[in-house]
Ligand binder design. Structure first.
Ligand code: CMP
Length: 378
């Protein structure tokens, strides 16, 4: 059977859009509800909209729970599966998006809590976006450098606020009367915010203040740069992993060892095609070849088109023979493909001659099929 796992169905996309829309609307009602001089989403209209969103999100809560219970592994207890789901991260988010609203309607929850949980409905979007998961894994991976950066920041804050307390307390007791009071100035200066509500007035205090500000520019940027690098690496790692999974679906790569798989994974690019997209046109110069991860393509070279499916490849003949494309290849369904550029193709088959030979055999067979068609009498 065709594996279409990578493409959510149209219904799934519609459902996802509906739930995200309801979550956004629910959040908007709560946020605009705090505006003093009335907006359209306040009063009875806002209340009505909130009821509609809450009914929709409650149905989603029930459907999500029903889904995990119905599709549980055989032998697992329905209650255990439900409990694990409902008290896991996404189950809790689903529950907290709706439950506080109904409790507040029953006057069992103070209004402020209703606002807090109402705004948190925004988290419902996390189910459909990898953002939270990515932040979590970046924090875990970069925990050591982040800990060092936090230690240095705390040290700078403590030493600068102590120094300013000692220098300024006599002339400026209202702002620097104690170390905790000076800390506010330290945080504002080190983070380069500089509100200007608290400033040193003695010359030595100003000198120390200037030095603190300069140190702040360098040191407080550290966690941001650690996170930025961590994010870039995480995204690259995820891309690599997703291509790795796709490579595993192409039987042609089955005989490769781990090192060869890693090398081909870094050379391949993922592309998608919609039904009707022309991927290769007969007579064109060949610049890449394709592996089908999932989907169907049709190869047209005059007679009855040949259909290629998951795990097969095409576009190798032009690269192997340094000749124009011998056929036109069109996507028949939505396809997920891996492409290998011409230079990488030659490097790769040089490193894996067995694969090169197998590919050349397939190319030869395909060419002879084309010749048969051109000369049916033979
Ligand atoms: P290329 O000539 O580079 O571009 C068109 C591709 O269609 C070709 O490489 C083959 O990969 C593929 N192709 C050509 N003939 C056949 C065939 N008979 N059966 C399957 N695929 C083919």
């Amino acid at each position: 059977m065709l594996d279409r796992g990578h493409f959510p169905s149209r219904k799934a996309v519609l459902y996802r859009t509906l739930i995200c829309g309801l979550a956004l609307l629910g959040t908007a009602v709560e946020v605009l509800g705090t505006v003093q001089d009335g907006t359209i989403l306040q009063g009875p209209i806002g209340h009505g909209v909130e009821w509609v969103t809450m009914i929709g999100l409650s149905l989603d809560l029930i459907l999500q729970a029903w889904n995990v219970v119905v599709f549980r592994h055989p032998g697992e207890s329905g209650f255990t599966v439900w409990r694990r789901h409902q008290f896991g991260l996404f189950g809790l988010i689903d529950m907290l998006a709706v439950l506080p609203f109904f409790l507040a309607e029953l006057e069992a929850l103070p209004e402020d809590w209703r606002t807090v949980f109402g705004v948190m409905r925004f988290l419902k979007l996390a189910r459909y976006s990898p953002a939270l998961e990515t932040v979590g894994s970046v924090l875990r991976r970069e925990s050591r450098p982040l800990q060092s950066a936090v230690f240095i920041m705390a040290l700078l804050m403590l030493s600068s606020s102590t120094a300013l307390f000692l220098v300024e307390r006599g002339v400026n007791p209202r702002s620097f009367g104690s170390i905790p009071q000076s800390m506010w100035w330290s945080v504002v200066t080190l983070t380069t915010l500089g509100y200007g509500d608290v400033v040193p007035i003695s010359n030595l205090g100003k000198l120390l203040g200037g030095m603190t500000a300069l140190l702040g520019v360098g040191m407080f940027a550290l966690p941001a740069s650690i996170m930025a690098t961590g994010f870039a690496e995480e995204v690259k790692r995820r891309d690599f992993l997703s291509v790795w999974h796709m490579v595993a679906k192409v039987p042609f790569f089955a005989g490769l060892d781990a090192e060869q798989i890693a090398s081909i994974t870094s050379l391949l690019r993922v592309v998608s095609a919609a039904p009707g997209d022309v991927l290769i046109r007969e007579g064109d110069i060949g610049d890449r070849m394709y592996f089908i991860v999932n989907g169907l393509v049709s190869v047209d070279f005059g007679g009855k088109p040949v259909v290629l499916k998951d795990g097969e490849f095409f576009g190798e003949i032009a690269l192997l023979h340094n000749s124009p494309r011998t056929a036109t290849v069109t996507a028949r369904s939505r396809c997920q493909l891996l492409t290998l550029a011409v230079q990488d193709f030659h490097d790769f088959i040089q490193g894996s001659p067995r694969i090169g030979e197998a590919m050349a055999r397939t190319a030869q067979q395909r060419l002879s099929e084309q010749e048969h068609l051109e000369d049916p009498v033979l």
